[in-house]
Design a protein around this ligand. Sequence first.
Ligand SMILES: Cc1cc2nc3c(=O)[nH]c(=O)nc-3n(C[C@H](O)[C@H](O)[C@H](O)COP(=O)(O)OP(=O)(O)OC[C@H]3O[C@@H](n4cnc5c(N)ncnc54)[C@H](O)[C@@H]3O)c2cc1C
Length: 410
Amino acid sequence: MTEAKVTVYGAYWCPDCRRSKKFLGEQFIPYRWVDIEQDKDGEAFVLRKNGGKRIIPTILFEDGSFLVEPSNAELARKLGLTTDARKTYYDLIIVGGGPAGLTAAIYAAREGADTLLIERSGLGGQAGTTVGLDNFPGFPEGISGQEFAERVTRQARRFGVEILQAVDVEKLEMEAGYHEVHTSGGTHYHSKAILIATGASYRRLEVPGEDDYIGAGIHFCATCDGPFYKGSKEIAVVGGGNSAVEEGLHLTNFTDKITLLVRGDKLMASQIAIDKLNELTSRVEVKYGVVVDGFEGSDSKLKTIKYHRTGSDTTEEIHPAAAFIFIGQQPNTVFLQNHVEMDKYGFILTGHDLTHDAHAHQRPLPFEASMPGVFVAGDARHGSTKQVAAAVGEGAAAAISIREFLRRTG
Ligand SMILES: Cc1cc2nc3c(=O)[nH]c(=O)nc-3n(C[C@H](O)[C@H](O)[C@H](O)COP(=O)(O)OP(=O)(O)OC[C@H]3O[C@@H](n4cnc5c(N)ncnc54)[C@H](O)[C@@H]3O)c2cc1C
């Protein structure tokens, strides 16, 4: 395990402590959490640093310096993250530093395009958060998500890609034939072409303990992480829709039993999937009316799921080897609503999906969205297959389309 370089002193109820912890987690900065209500030494430290006042969070850094109630921008500066670009105009701006965005950046910059990549959290995207990638070609023993992210980022930097971190793109506009990108820091950048590689986020339950055990017993992808539980006795699946049932069925390849925790009173999956589930009654238990209250664990590993039944106050618990949560996926495309065509879930339509009458004059290039010069790759794109290898492939292919676009527009 990576050694913590930062210590956050705070309390469980403090919203600013949660914000700072979330920020550090998103930037993949290992940190130690000291709850000053449980830890007398921790409390004494906070009092000493703040002239006898209990001000939290108080955040201590490796070099002995500390910040009190810092904003995210102050934290980013302290951690040495680059949040401002060197110029205001680029050939290509890439929004999102996951596998699709970083791969496109490598391709574009290697061919000489002046490329800026803007990432709001940690580089590597969802892939960077996984314990291990077992199915990415070229790594026969697998590779940790973090190492994968570091390698791809290093490769992108080698070709001169400029990378901003902890910067959120909030708006996209077209101005005099150029795209204008508005960031959370209030800066505007311009470019000829844009690549949207903002991926998608798995919906979370937002209950206590969930953040703490993601990747350590709580997962969102059965194809990706199911094999880690080969030979286990029980896996819990939270959700009652198609993906919960289908991914649950897939998990029966690795465990003796799956327990489905369904909030409603019936499954909302296709009949075929439900029939398959019914064929496995001895290995599948479905609990209806379940409201998950929280996750607990020890030794940094999930041990317990606590829940109650609708209409009851009694807390029940189970102790599976892992919990897989399938309550939907949300593309990170809200900032583009009303700018580009999307499907009903918010995934962006590109290329062939747009070749209907309204776009007959335009003939979008592969991976090009309904707004000329805006391209999309990876999980945010309608029809994408939500895997790292696929996102990498889409990033490369989109960069080749962008090269063609830049050539045509001079
Ligand atoms: C826990 C987990 C385990 C997984 N395991 C595997 C596996 O083993 N094998 C596999 O093939 N796949 C796995 N996947 C799926 C895989 O990680 C994704 O399919 C892949 O990362 C998608 O890449 P992407 O670049 O399209 O998007 P993402 O990886 O989602 O990256 C998008 C990036 O864009 C950033 N962003 C979003 N909006 C903005 C904005 N407005 N401004 C700036 N930045 C923004 C996000 O912070 C993010 O870093 C897993 C996913 C998860 C969550």
